[in-house]
Design a protein around this ligand. Structure first.
Ligand SMILES: Nc1nc2c(ncn2[C@@H]2O[C@H](COP(=O)(O)OP(=O)(O)OP(=O)(O)O)[C@@H](O)[C@H]2O)c(=O)[nH]1
Ligand SMILES: [K+]
Ligand SMILES: [Mg+2]
Length: 485
């Protein structure tokens, strides 16, 4: 009321004009987390951003671009002060979305936030944003390619150091630039090939050009092939290394899971065959993400429910990236070869890395020394630890071994060229390599068809970065984004 009175009739007309000048499709949303917090950030994107800022601050001009300014934030309908907060004005194209954007940093109380949102929603041309809509606009305006969008999504979800490093690298465009470079190499090879096809008869283009194109394509085929064969390290780091605890009944598998996640996630009891469902927990070990599953004890069960549990345990084992095989230390042979055979009869032979945990070491009497020797000398055995869930013996050693395994599986996200992080990428890269291989075949018979393969290969690369027909994957990629991002 005070503002209206102070403005007078002319001022009120001006305020109306200011607010009705807002037009077009402008979105707004809370971009900080939900719930009570000290400061909430509300942002807008679209042509109405400047008008919205002027309306809510009651000022003729927005603050200087990209500088924080302290303003009284008012509801333009009632002129009531909603809060005093900081506002920022990002004129396009120098903004996250490339459009005109504004941010209001207000106190995070639910009433303040909903008051500001209601005020924004009443302005003509402004509407609440859909999930991921800010990022979608940034993609449309060429601010981010699809790999950077995916990196941004991963960064928001990153739970461990290594995941953060990988996501940040991808968001900053390193992976996109690698694929873009390959695409440019292909474009150049294609241009040379086409020049050869069109002009070779005039003798202007030499035979050498053709062998150079061949060499380029072969080198690219190899480089992409090597990138594809990185042991899924980027994907493992992104999604977590799926580690399965497996072993006979009652050896302490569930106890081990509980010890590692420091809470009673799985039921422990002296009854063999307690665990049936797969119990899954997420852990951070040495900065690497681990998805740990406890499974039913492996045996020929008679109970149909337990049979189903054992079958689920075997399925999990098949898909595991890493296995924690648990045996009862009091019931295993102390001779390394016999111990290896005991492990072999439990687990099917696979190339999946494994750590052998000999649990209940606290119950060993006298046999401790011999078994300890077996653990250190058995070079046919996987890394083996004498362990006790009861006393915690061997825990530090196990965590150390796990961290080393994880580092090996996921690699250093900052070293070497950026890793492939999504199965979507490997699919397109596989198609790209297949087209390059077909180029090698066609090239001997028909240069026109060979050139077509290079065009196809380039299309597959373009689909990863979104430079070519991305419409069909956009909804999938943005599905996991939250409102306000
Ligand atoms: N002394 C001793 N007992 C243990 C140790 N670890 C587990 N136990 C006990 O062994 C029994 C079985 O433990 P669980 O963790 O339920 O074993 P499990 O392998 O998950 O059993 P199933 O789910 O039935 O296959 C429980 O009574 C535990 O308290 C250990 O390190 N030392
Ligand atoms: K048990
Ligand atoms: Mg169990």
């Amino acid at each position: 009321m005070a503002l209206r009175r102070a403005l007078g009739a002319a001022g009120r007309r001006w305020a109306r004009r200011l607010c009705s000048a807002v037009g077009g499709d402008t979105i707004f949303a809370v971009s900080s987390g939900q719930g009570r917090c000290a400061v909430a950030v509300i942002r807008t994107s679209g042509p109405g951003s400047c008008g919205a800022l002027r309306c809510l601050t009651g000022r003729r001009e927005p603050p200087p671009p990209r500088l924080l300014a302290l303003r009284r934030i008012r509801d333009p309908a009632t002129a009531e002060t909603l809060d005093r907060g900081l506002v920022v004005w990002f004129p396009g194209p120098h903004s996250f979305t490339g459009e005109d954007c504004a941010e209001l940093h207000v106190h995070g109380g639910p009433a303040v936030v909903s008051g500001v949102l209601r005020a924004l929603g009443r302005l003509p041309g402004l509407r609440p944003a859909e999930p991921g809509e800010f990022t979608r606009r940034a993609f449309r305006r060429g601010k981010l390619d699809l790999t950077a969008v995916e990196g941004l999504g991963d960064l928001i979800r990153a739970e461990t150091e290594a995941q953060r490093r990988q996501a940040l690298r991808q968001m900053e465009g390193e992976l996109g630039r690698l694929y873009q470079r390959w695409s440019e190499t292909l474009t150049q090879a294609l241009a040379h090939l086409e020049a050869y096809i069109d002009f070779s008869e005039d003798d202007n283009v030499e035979e050498e050009v053709l062998s150079q194109v061949d060499a380029t394509v072969r080198a690219l085929e190899q480089e992409i092939g090597a990138h594809l064969q990185d042991g899924r390290r980027g994907e493992l780091l992104r999604g977590g290394v799926h580690t399965v605890i497996a072993g006979p009944p009652n050896v302490g598998k569930s106890s081990l899971l509980n010890l590692l996640c420091q809470r009673p996630a799985a039921i422990v009891s002296p009854v063999a065959g307690t665990t049936r469902d797969v119990v899954e927990v997420a852990l951070n070990v040495g900065g690497y993400p681990l998805v740990l599953s406890d499974t039913a004890g492996l045996r020929d069960a008679t109970d149909p429910v337990e049979q189903e549990g054992v079958s689920r345990a075997r399925d999990r084992l098949q898909q595991a990236d890493l296995v924690l095989a648990v045996l009862d230390a009091t019931a295993v042979p102390t001779e390394p070869a016999a111990l290896g055979a005991a492990l072999g009869s439990l687990l099917p032979p696979t190339s999946t890395p494994c750590i052998l945990v000999l649990n209940k070491a606290d119950l060993l009497r006298g046999g401790q020394g011999a078994l300890h020797d077996a653990c250190t000398r058995g070079d046919t055995l996987p890394p083996t630890i004498l362990f006790s869930c009861k006393t915690g013996e061997g825990l530090d050693h196990l965590l150390e071994l796990l961290a080393r395994q994880l580092a090996q599986l996921c690699g250093d996200p900052l070293a070497g060229s950026p890793s492939l992080t999504q199965s979507r990428h490997s699919l397109h890269l596989g198609d790209c390599v297949a087209a390059l291989v077909r180029y090698g075949r066609e090239r001997r018979w028909d240069l026109g068809l060979a050139a077509e393969q290079l065009r196809l290969a380039r299309r597959h690369l373009g689909r990863i970065t979104g430079h070519v027909g991305a419409e069909d994957v956009l909804d999938i990629i943005f599905r996991d984004f939250c409102v306000g991002k």
